[in-house]
Design a protein around this ligand. Sequence first.
Ligand SMILES: C[S@@+](CC[C@H](N)C(=O)[O-])C[C@H]1O[C@@H](n2cnc3c(N)ncnc32)[C@H](O)[C@@H]1O
Length: 233
Amino acid sequence: MPWCRGVTILAPADALDTLRRQRRRVQVAMLDPWYNRGVGGSRDDYDEFLEALVKAAARIAGHVFLWGFPEIVGAVLPRLPAGISLVAWLTWYFKNCPSVIRGWRSAQMACLHLAGPRARLYPEHFLNDAQLERQRAGKLRYLPGPASVIEAPLNIGFVGRREQTGHPAQKPEAVYEALLKMTTRRGDTVIDPMCGSGTTGAVCRTLGLKAILCDESDRYLTLAERRLGVVRC
Ligand SMILES: C[S@@+](CC[C@H](N)C(=O)[O-])C[C@H]1O[C@@H](n2cnc3c(N)ncnc32)[C@H](O)[C@@H]1O
């Protein structure tokens, strides 16, 4: 597989095909499908679709992150395949959604962190210098983990200008960085079969990881190619 500075972009394909074709094990699968509401439309078999995605991802990855609106993505929990379970219900919290609907303004998305029994976590990657020093001296009595609510603004307007690609559901790099810091070490591999603008690839570059990216949309893969300076296989 031709890596370009750690990132491989595959030709457009359905996410299930990408996952089922992957032969080598990877540390993490990032699954950020359309949400069955709003942009991307809806499908009647959404729960079955998520179930199949998680099953295919769990076959090749130790950790699986599944994104969605809380009340929709939670339906997958009773459908998890054997050998994978919920590690944490994560929330991305943002205050700057410009929604003009009458009533509550959306300020959160859910991300289910699922993993197999042997998948490792690295909370030590979140220690600051003082904590690392205390750990080295054997004086850190407990390992403080990061909060399961990750606060980062939506990349919109002047916020996150540097990251913005024009993809309608692009996630901030800061959010993915927390997920991947917890679950990977340098040199590990992450697969994202619905990569949109390539946020997973950008964060993999920052953290020294390898990324395998795909999307069913030729247009979005072109955005990812431009963002990452990679031409697809
Ligand atoms: C929420 S967006 C992902 C955004 C991405 N995480 C980012 O930060 O740019 C969902 C993406 O899934 C892709 N997608 C939806 N259904 C798919 C499928 N069955 N197979 C592959 N890609 C799919 C869409 O084209 C879209 O780019």
